[in-house]
Ligand binder design. Sequence first.
Ligand code: GLN
Ligand code: ZN
Length: 760
Amino acid sequence: MDIINHILGFPRIGAHRELKFAQENYWSGKISKIELLKIGKKLRYKNWKDQSSSGINLISVGDFSWYDHVLTTSMMLGNIPERHRNIDGSIDLDTLFYMARGTALNKSSVLACEMTKWFDTNYHYIVPEFVKNQDFNLSWNQLFDEIDEAINKGYSVKPVILGPMTYLWLGKITGVKFNRLSLLPNLLKVYQKILNKIYEKGIEWIQIDEPILVFDLPSDWMHAFKMTYDILKSDLKLLLTTYFESINHNLNDIVNFPVQGLHIDLTHGKYDLSVLNRKIPHDWVLSLGVINGRNIWKSDLKFWFDVIQNFLKFKRNVWIGSSCSLLHSPVDLRLENNIPLEIKNWFSFALQKCYELNLLTLALNDNDSSILQSWTDLLHSHAKSEMVNNDFVKNQLMNITYNDKKRHSVYSVRSKVQKNTFHFPVLPTTTIGSFPQTDDIRALRLQFKKGKIDFHKYQNEIKKHIQYAIQQQELLDIDVLVHGESERNDMVEYFGEHLAGFIFTNYGWVQSYGSRCVKPPVIVGDVYRKNPITIEWSKYAQSITKKPVKAMLTGPVTILCWSFIREDLPKQIISNQIALALRDEVLDLERAGINIIQIDEPALREGLPLRKIDWKKYLSWATQSFRISSSKVQDTTQIHTHMCYCEFSDIMDAIVQLDADVITIETARSHMDLLEFFKTFEYPNEIGPGVYDIHSPNIPSVDQIVYLLEQAIKYIPINRLWVNPDCGLKTRNWKETISSLKNMMIATKKIRKKFETLTI
Ligand code: GLN
Ligand code: ZN
């Protein structure tokens, strides 16, 4: 029997980020809805054509979405929060954007739907909201229209949908608390309709994504899973799809679901294929995810050939595919013309991954692996490359001791020293680091990058931006100033560019959220600092103000998580290499007279393994890495850290272990739900729960901020509380920024006054 191949989804953004620009142009009124829809269609057609011509058998449909696929699912299910709904109940594409961007029907601003990380990736989805007893209705035909489009083009279509259990799990309850499983009957009615409609189109297989099956699910959820699939049983064949981790621990339950196929991720989960064969019903299709959809390295096709060939001995119906959707990998390596060929040969982007799958399929169907040899050889040339190995780095790592991972004194001692050094008022105010990245700044950086202006000119121009940022902060009367990060394109890319071991692509874009894409650096070799990175900018900022300037660095775990990393070293080693490089920078900053240094770790939570049993190990090395970078400073130096998009409660112990003097965290978008947590957990050091949401253009009112601060004071002692926005301000404009920060300062001063009268 010939093997069938498929991918779980293709990147929707376009190789040139066409979707990003189209959406943004639509939002700003530069193009019409018709033009936007046209661009979307063109992208889909191209994606299908590219998959098909590179040899993919089943074409995924339903992987395209405006903004986010969880949001599209909410639209399909008619799960639209009241505040975004049309009066007559109708919805259209604008409804979708309103939910994501926080716009009400009359175009005034309302709370946007929450956004959070998709599993352990750097993709963010829009969180569905559930209220008690709510109904669902099939409300949005995008999927069906796209299936028709693809059928008309003559492709063998495999629609992709997000499964009901994962959809429920990923949402949040608003209003009165209730068991969300109680929504299943209503939800499944709509899913049944969806499946029937798809079946009527002559479709044979549907990919139904239930990635939560990799979690340690509560038993009522496992029961509900079985019940769900009993109800969803239809003539359409269901490929139950899991990814990002192994499902071994839930397999005994899964094999009882009435589905026709199962997809597993062999690149992340550890599986014993003979056990799988024994457990999984023989009439099921087993889809083996062997091409890693989350990294940019070529696959070792020879290795996979052997694995799969072994498995074929069981005479089962096998498909092969990408491990997960290729959403997490860039689109087309062919566009890269700036990386040396030696390095380019190690890589494979989404389109090349399709090609890899085809190659592997051909080899397996011919029972001959010789066509794979040259591919695998290219990948193996990495280990021998001079770019990769550095003995100095290896030695330095071996010599790390316990003392390298701890501050000279404990926080209670340090904090006294620091209070005497800085003399901050109650509720010190600060920002998270970046100030608006204006078109001017971007144009300037581009000119410098293209060699159109020399470093001297560039430096002078950046200094003007720093000067402006410092001036504005002084006018606002903020206590701890920042230089504004105008020299940085991206918080990880910037450091990668200045460290050895990294390389950069021109087109390696992946979607982060909505229209926002990131271009992760690639760690190909041992990492070390070649020269000081940020010192001159921070020194300059400090030289033009009497107020303390906080320096900004990106932490080792975040640099690791937001890069494409080499696959030949454990994450922990790579992270410690980065930490040592950052430590050089921290100590140089201190020497230059910068006494407040923030090391951002927004990705600490996202790096958490999906399975709880793996958490302890990860958190232990991750916190140690942070401490390697931050611990060698004097007691007088105040270390800050910042995190966002976190369910912090899971990792609070680890956050404490970081032993930063101050942590600023995101809370505004989740309405400070987090503060509840501090009722029972006392964070021992200083903390700044973000008092407004910088992700939305809305200006927070003084009253809103006063309210949030009053809440915060209930749970966190005022002498350990800081006031700050919930993240960096680079995506906002100056007008919004100043208005918002003004209100933040007025609110802070109000509370300070109240506090002073209380304590007199
Ligand atoms: N210092 C960074 C900034 O202000 C932090 C960004 C982040 O947390 N994602 O932009
Ligand atoms: Zn942040």
